[in-house]
Design a protein around this ligand. Sequence first.
Ligand SMILES: [Fe+2]
Ligand SMILES: [Fe+2]
Length: 637
Amino acid sequence: MEYTYQPEEYAKQLAEYYELEKLSFSPEDGREHIIAKLEERSVKKRVIADTANTMIREYIETFEKDPEAVTAEDAEKLDSFIRAMQTGQGLNSRCPDPAIMLRAQRIRKDYYEKNGDLEETVGCINNCNHYYLQLFAMHSSTFSGTPYREEALSLKDRFTELSAYRRAQFMTVVARMTAVQMRGFDSGDFSMDRVWEACSLQEELAEADRAFPPAGDPDPRAEASGVPPYYADMLLQNCEIQAVNTFCDYCVHEKDRGRIPDIGSMRPKISHILDRLRSDVENGRNLVGIPIHMELLLAMADLHLGNITKEEFFEKCDQFRHDALALDPRLQLIILSDVDNTYLTYLYKYSGLEPEKINSLCRARLDESLPRLLQTAKLANDIHFNAIPMKYVTCASYISRFSDFAGTVLDLSVYSDKALFIHTAMVREMSRAIFDHLIDEDPGFFTGVAGRDAEYIRDHKEEMRALLDDCCMYHDLGKFWMTDITDNSMRRLTDEEFSLIKEHPLRFDDVYARTDRSDERFMCIRDCALTHHLWHDGTRGYPAVPQTKNRPFADIIAIADGMDAATDFLGRPYNSGKNVDQLTEEFRAGSGTRYGPEAVAALSDRKVRDRLDYLINEGRKEIYYRIYAFNELPDII
Ligand SMILES: [Fe+2]
Ligand SMILES: [Fe+2]
C-alpha cells in the first residue's frame, strides 16, 4: 500500500488543530486583527482537514472495505499511526481522537486474530476497549457495557501464556468491565453480577500474575510502557473502586425509579471490597487516585449500606470540601466538582428536606463554587476541562425553577465551548429575523406556543420574542456533553460519533428532569431542544418523538440551525459557501416535509433575506469578535 503521509502526520495535524482552537484574544487586539486571525485560522483548518481525511481514507477506509488486503507492514504502520496519538500512560492515558483510533485499532485486532497472534490480539483488545470507553462511556447516557468484555473473557484461559506486558493489558480490560452510565441500568443488559464477576476475576488474575517474576520480560515495551511492578495490585484496586462506584450509582438509580435495591444479597460482596479498600487506605496504599476521592466513595457506600446516618454523611461531605480547598486551584476544582456534585445529588435524593430548603442549600453551594469555577475555566480555556462545568450544570438543575439557574448554565457554557456558544448566538439572531416577519404577518401561526392564544400573542410580541431567544440559547445544550466530538471538525465525523451526537436533544431532559413541568415557558424551551432535528412532518430526523404544540418555534430554529452550519466561514473548515438565495431554494425543496412551510415562506420576504444576508457575513464577524474579545454575547447585532 502506498501512503501519501507518514503515520505520525495525523497526530501532528491534530496537535496543530488544537493549537488553533485555543486561539484567544483580548479587547485590545481590535476587531480587524481578530477577524483577520480567525479567517487565517479557517484557511489553515481546511488544509489540516484535507490531510486528515486523506490519511483516514488510506490508513483506515481502504482496509475497512477490504480486510484481506492488510499486510504485516500495514499493521505496523497503523501501530505507529496510533502510537503517535497516545499521551500519558496506563489507565490515565487519553487519546485526543478516540473515534479514529478505535477504527484503526479494530483493523489491527482483526488482522492479528486471523493470524493467531495472541500477544498482539490482547494488546489490540485492550486498546479497542480503551477507545471504545473513551468514546461511548464518556458521551452516551445510555451506555451499558463494552463489546470487548466478551472477547477478553474468551481468552482468559490463556492468561498465563502471555508476557508480563500483555498480562497487564489483559487485566486492564477486566478492570474496566463494570463501566455503565445511569440510563444504561435501564437497558436490561446490565446486572450487578457483572461487577462482582469482574472483581473476582481480577483477584484471580492478580494472583496468577504474581506467580511470574516481573523481570526478564522478552517484550521491550513492558519497560517502555512504564508498567510498574505493583500494576496488578493497582488494577485490582481500580476495579474495586469502580465496583463501589457502580454499586452507589445503582442504588441511586433504583431510588430514582422508586425501588429499593436488594442490598441484603449484595452486602457480603460489597463489604468484602470495602474492607479491602479501607485497609489499603489505612496502610497508605492508595495506588489509584486522590485520597479525598476515595474517602468520598467509601462514605457514599457506607450511607447506602446503612453504616452511617445521612447526617453523618453530609457532615463528611462538608469536611471533604474543607480539605479540598487546601489543594492547588486546578486539582481543587476537580475534587470540588465531585464533592459538590455528590453532596447536592444526595441532598436532593436522600436528605428528606423540603424542596425550598434544598433549593436554598443548592443555591448557596453554587454561589460559593461558581466564581471559582468560572475563573479557572477561563484560565484553562481547555475543551477537556469541560466535564467540570457540566457537573455544575447538573447541580444547578437540582434547583427546581428553571429561571433560577438558567443564567448560570449560559455563563458556564461560554467558557466550555466558544464554537458552540457562537453557533447558539447565530441561531438566535437568524431566528429573530424570521420571527419578526412572521409575528407581524401571521401571528395566528404561533397559536398554542407556550399555551398562548392568538389574542395574547398579538398583544405580547416582545414576550414571545424573548421566549424564542431562550429557546435558541438552549437548543443545543445537550451538545455541551460532547464538545470534544462536535468540535472534531478537522475531519469528517465517523458514524459512531454521529450516533452519539444524535443523543444531544435528549440530554436536555436528562439535565432538567427535576424541573417543574407545569411551567409553560420552560416546556417551550425544552420542546425546541427536543425536536429541532425532527422533521416538520415527523417522518424523519431525530429523536423519534411526537411533535409538540411548540413546533412553530422549532420550525424557525431548524432553518436558522441549518443556515448557520452551512455558512460558517469563520469557525468550520466545511461550509457550503452558499448564499441566502441558494439556501432558500434548498429550504423550499424541503418545505412541508423537513421544514415548516410558514417558516420557509418567510424567507421569500426581501427584508428577512437582507437581514440574513447581513448576519451570514458582517453580523457573523461581529458575533465572533464580541465573543472572542469580551466572552459575552451582544444583545443586538
Ligand atoms: Fe442540535
Ligand atoms: Fe444547533
